[in-house]
Design a protein around this ligand. Structure first.
Ligand code: DX5
Ligand code: ZN
Length: 217
């Protein structure tokens, strides 16, 4: 599985977004992680389609849109129009998860399913073959700059084992509290798409991105 860095723009300086995104690109980050929050599924509100559409003009990175939104199926077409390449929805936010995954795939986009830290991976049992990616939240979603919850590494390990046993070649993304100190443990557990907000955007964005890329290979 290829390792990929997905810098989370939530950690960026919003007054210098374009400039900082260019640095992540220059450093080798293939994805850009875009956190959409509705103030209902999570306490905070971030940004939505207009911001994503504006950034689309600045970057050809894969736009990995993390929908922290109730019933995200309502926004699949609008997100596609704004420039999403991959839409990741929370199992906890979808009444009809199977339908929502199909909606995303039928729109011609990659689909991801996210789980909050406390949600067991057993909820994925019947849909393991459907999405392209599984996102394991390693913090309670809503804010950047939190500390990684260690038991999530065990969830990643178990999920990778199940996917391997079934011959399923799927991405596992981790999101929350990732640092240059814990990244090796995370890769070892079986995650291969790495979201990093504060640890990329605090300090030199280019140097931080390069430091991650050196480890991700
Ligand atoms: C949190 C978001 C994350 C966040 C990660 O709810 O989903 O993507 O930006 O930020 P860090 O890497 O600072 O924990
Ligand atoms: Zn996120």
């Amino acid at each position: 599985m290829k390792n990929i860095l997905a810098p989370s723009v939530l950690g960026a300086d919003f007054s210098r977004l374009n400039e900082q995104i260019q640095k992540t690109k220059e450093g080798g980050a293939e994805y850009l992680h875009l956190d959409v929050m509705d103030g209902a599924f999570v306490p905070s509100i971030s940004f939505g389609m207009p911001v994503i559409a504006a950034l689309r003009g600045c970057s050809d990175q894969c736009f990995d849109v993390h929908m922290m939104v109730q019933e995200p199926g309502r926004y699949v077409e609008a997100m596609k129009k704004a420039g999403a390449d991959l839409i990741c929805v929370h199992q906890e936010a979808c009444t009809h998860l199977d339908r929502t995954i199909h909606q995303i795939k039928e729109a011609g986009l990659k689909a991801g399913v996210a789980l909050n830290p406390a949600t067991p991976i057993s909820v994925l049992e019947n849909i393991l073959e459907l999405p392209d990616m599984f996102l394991m939240m390693s913090v309670n979603p809503g804010f950047g700059g939190q500390k990684l919850i260690p038991y999530v590494l065990e969830k990643i390990r178990s999920l990778r084992k199940i996917l391997n046993e079934r011959g399923l070649d799927k991405d596992i993304e981790i999101d929350g509290g990732v640092t240059l100190e814990n990244i090796r443990q995370i890769l070892d557990a079986g995650a291969n798409v790495i979201v990093a907000g504060s640890s990329v955007f605090q300090g030199s964005v280019l140097e931080n991105t390069r430091a991650f890329m050196e480890i991700l290979g």
